[in-house]
Design a protein around this ligand. Structure first.
Ligand code: GGG
Length: 353
């Protein structure tokens, strides 16, 4: 029997609710497909920060390294600066384990109307460059508190980093509907974005069956609202990819139903699976959070581990339940987190339950 050793970091806020919810579904589907999970629970996040002054132990990354995958909930609380919570946990994991692709699908779910009046079903995947770009520690603050105060933030785009994101996106587009749209801002950002465009064009030219379009990020945002069904695969820098994926999730129904996979495609290091949403302190502790993003991220983890049949069954069970009207508040329903998970488990167990 295959056994997968997975590091489990619920983190903060609703991460503490949606992650155990997804683990329940994953354990059930594993048992039905003759494999199992060896979950390694790691209570890292803001509580750990309050106690120890850091989001994870000094050797946290060494502890994570031997796992087959990392399953993360959410990070962030209002009383700790986001720079501490993100750069103390999420970003070091992405960078140390060279998880340079952040894959973020968005698709119309049965029974969940799109939030826009546009025609057609949404079925797109955002390939976000995940380890460089606008997310950079290079820069600083000058003359703090003085009238001359200034802040400098450098973005780093490398040929290797841009090319490997573009190549991944081109291969994905080839395997889907053959359409790739690149997010840029080369009219206003005069160095990095023309470079991004150039490298993406060069790489995609090696895939003659992929049609490449390039859209300025402002026009991109408008088109994602007005005609979301027209997109297939999107390739974007770290910042643009992050923004577009929240927008795509919201347009599709709810950011609570958006999954993501931080991939090290070469599998040299563990990959990490998490919902797109954050810790949502406004609804944390109420048991009403939508676990769909986390369960779907779990299905992506199954896919990555090679358990494709189980991944398909979990995804299908979740979608069937939603189609039947079992939905959390953000999707227009009345189910709570536990009620939704019970319905998914019942669906997985079949008609006898
Ligand atoms: N699900 C993990 C989480 O809490 N994400 C919130 C967030 O702000 N992420 C920033 C990013 O993905 O770069």
């Amino acid at each position: 029997m295959n056994m997968y050793r997975v590091a489990c970091i619920p983190g903060d806020g609703i991460g503490l609710e949606v992650l155990p919810a997804a683990v329940t579904c994953l354990d059930l589907v594993a048992g039905q497909h003759s494999f199992r999970f060896d979950w390694h629970d790691l209570p890292w996040g803001s509580e750990h920060y309050h106690e120890h002054g850091r989001m994870m132990p000094v050797d946290g990354l060494d502890q994570l390294a031997p796992h087959d995958a990392i399953f993360l909930g959410a990070v962030g609380v209002p009383e700790i600066p986001d720079t501490e919570t993100l750069w103390g946990l999420l970003i070091p994991i992405r960078r140390t384990f060279d998880q340079y692709i952040n894959l973020r699908p968005a698709k119309t779910l049965p029974g969940v109307p799109n939030r826009v009046t546009a025609e057609g079903d949404i079925d797109l995947v955002i390939v976000r460059e995940n380890v460089e770009g606008e997310y950079s520690e290079i820069g600083g603050r000058l003359y703090r508190g003085q009238p001359e105060e200034a802040a400098v933030q450098e973005a780093i785009f490398t040929r290797r980093g841009t090319a490997r994101a573009a190549a991944f996106a081109a291969r994905l587009a080839q395997a889907r509907r053959g359409k790739l749209t690149s997010a840029t801002k080369s009219n206003g950002i005069v160095h990095t974005m023309p470079f991004w465009d150039e490298v993406v064009r060069e790489v995609v030219a090696e895939h003659p069956d992929v049609r490449l379009d390039s859209l300025l990020i402002d026009a991109f945002a408008a088109k994602l609202v007005l005609d979301p069904a027209s997109f297939d695969v999107i390739v974007a820098s770290n910042l643009f990819g992050d923004i577009l994926s929240d927008l795509a999730g919201a347009v599709t129904g709810s950011i609570g139903a958006s999954p993501s996979a931080n991939l090290n495609p070469e599998r040299r290091y563990p990959s990490m699976f998490e919902p797109v949403h954050g810790s949502a302190p406004d609804i944390a502790g109420q048991g009403v959070a939508n676990p769909v993003g986390q369960i779907w991220a779990g299905a992506m983890m199954l896919e990555h581990l090679g358990e494709t049949t189980a991944a398909g069954r979990l995804q299908a069970a979740m979608e069937t339940v939603i189609a039947r009207g079992v939905k959390t508040r953000d999707l227009g329903g009345t189910a709570d987190t536990a009620g939704f998970v019970d319905a998914v488990c019942a669906e997985l167990k079949g008609p006898s339950v």
